[in-house]
Design a protein around this ligand. Structure first.
Ligand code: FAD
Ligand code: DHB
Length: 394
């Protein structure tokens, strides 16, 4: 088999890149380890930066997002039993869209298959070879048969647990582990507020989000390595009610849980994001703690750069844009890494913290909610900093 760009991983990064390449007349094959149903059901991110939503529209996969996604002009920071609104629209002129990651994945898969694009699920044993030549190869197994894909470029969009990152020699890893995790739930209950609520309570962080007018998505800070069995549904609701309680009697609307799971939190950046003809994108190269809602948005930003750089290569033989990929991508990655770390520190309770650290978090929250300059800094990072250029080379 032969293609121009071999893409490992059908998450948001791999699928969107295949789409942006297709729109520029560049052929690709996408190889995914899981089955279609699994990737379409995986409940993960929900907040799209202004530019992410715009990119999906430009890619021709924004119709359902525009019909069903919820546009939010602000968010609430809640602490000491009181809410404080950050008005994104007023401070930055930008908004966010709440639309589930798995819905984006469904839309991208549908567009790929409708256009006759090559997308293979259930592949296994992916290995990469000849990355230092101009004919790199992806070897894999499908239906019990060994197969080989010869390409011009290989894109490692295979997430944090993928195999591509290990093919970059002399990788430098920057890492921070946090002493807590997030327990996430999806509940069949109408949202209790029309915007997201990021809440700091002495028991720890809690987040109120949503997926639709009937479905609430919420998260609770829990100890690291916490077994999910320690959290029967009634304990989850009790703790959520405690953390979100306000002085004026706020109560969450409860309902049956449709999904629950625990996610560890880490910051991780691997550099360089490329070696020879292999380029990494999204979670394969970097992870942020979810507090800033940046992970999927960073994956989209990486892929926009790759679409532009590969567009330049195929249109005019340019190699400079590809050569600059790591440096260009990492500027945004480190900004988001700092923002996510900052939001995490401000809103979580570290079990090892002393009263000094708790006072610092409190002082930061007081400042963000009383200073227009600080509120603007939060809003412009959260809604997403502008991109340096378009994703299309032409
Ligand atoms: P992935 O989505 O991980 O996709 C990688 C794909 O590669 C997967 O389908 C995987 O099955 C496949 N794969 C892996 N190994 C192989 C292999 N060897 N061969 C073939 N295929 C392979 N981000 C936000 O922007 N906003 C949010 O609000 C947000 N909230 C989150 C909440 C939670 C609970 C979690 C867990 C994450 C959240 N994130 C959020 C992060 C976001 O989900 C990820 O950053 C995003 O999925 C990254 O996309 P990706 O395509 O790079 O990787
Ligand atoms: C959601 C997830 C996040 O990590 C976040 O910061 C905001 C919202 C969500 O799943 O809706």
């Amino acid at each position: 088999m032969r293609t121009q760009v071999g893409i490992v991983g059908a998450g948001p990064a791999g699928l969107l890149l295949a789409r942006l390449l297709h729109l520029q007349g560049i052929e690709s094959v996408v190889l995914e380890a899981r089955d279609r149903e699994y990737v379409e059901r995986r409940v993960r991110a929900g907040v799209l930066e202004h530019g992410t939503a715009q990119t999906l529209r430009e890619a021709g996969v924004g119709d359902r997002m525009d019909a069903e996604g919820l546009v939010h002009e602000g968010t609430e920071l809640r602490f000491d039993g009181q809410g404080h609104r950050i008005d994104f629209a007023e401070l930055t002129g930008r908004t966010i869209t709440v639309y589930g990651q798995q819905e984006i994945v469904k839309d991208l898969i549908a567009a790929r298959l409708a256009g006759g694009g090559d997308l293979r699920f259930d592949v296994s044993d992916v290995t990469l070879a000849d990355l230092d030549t101009d004919r790199p190869r992806v070897r894999f197994a499908t239906d019990g048969q060994a197969a080989e894909l010869a390409c011009d470029f290989v894109i490692g969009a295979d997430g944090f647990h993928g195999v591509c990152r290990d093919c970059v020699p002399e990788l430098t890893v920057y890492e921070r582990h946090y002493p807590f995790a997030w327990l996430g739930i999806l509940a069949e209950a109408p949202p209790s507020s029309h915007e997201l609520i990021y809440c700091r309570h002495e028991h720890g962080f809690a987040l109120h989000s949503m997926r639709s007018p009937r479905i609430t998505r919420m998260y609770l800070q829990v100890p690291v390595d916490e077994p999910i069995a320690a959290w029967p549904d009634d304990r989850i609701w009790r703790e959520l009610q405690t953390r979100f309680a306000t002085r004026d009697g706020f109560a969450l609307t409860e309902g049956p849980l449709l999904d629950k799971g625990i996610t560890p939190m880490r910051s991780f950046v691997a550099a360089p994001m490329q070696s020879g003809r292999l380029l990494l994108a999204g979670d394969a190269a970097h992870i942020v703690p979810p507090t800033g809602a940046k992970g999927m948005n960073l994956a989209v930003a990486d892929v926009r750069l790759l679409a532009h750089a590969l567009g330049g290569f195929y249109a005019e033989g340019r190699t400079d844009l590809l050569a600059a990929y790591t440096e260009t991508a990492l500027t945004r990655v480190w900004r988001a890494t700092h923002f996510s770390w900052w939001m995490t520190a401000m809103l979580h309770v570290d079990p090892a913290d002393d009263p000094f650290a708790a006072r610092l978090a409190q002082a930061q929250l007081d400042y963000v909610t009383s200073s227009r300059a600080m509120a603007t800094a939060l809003a412009e990072n959260y809604t997403g900093l502008p991109y340096a250029q378009g994703w299309s080379y032409r």
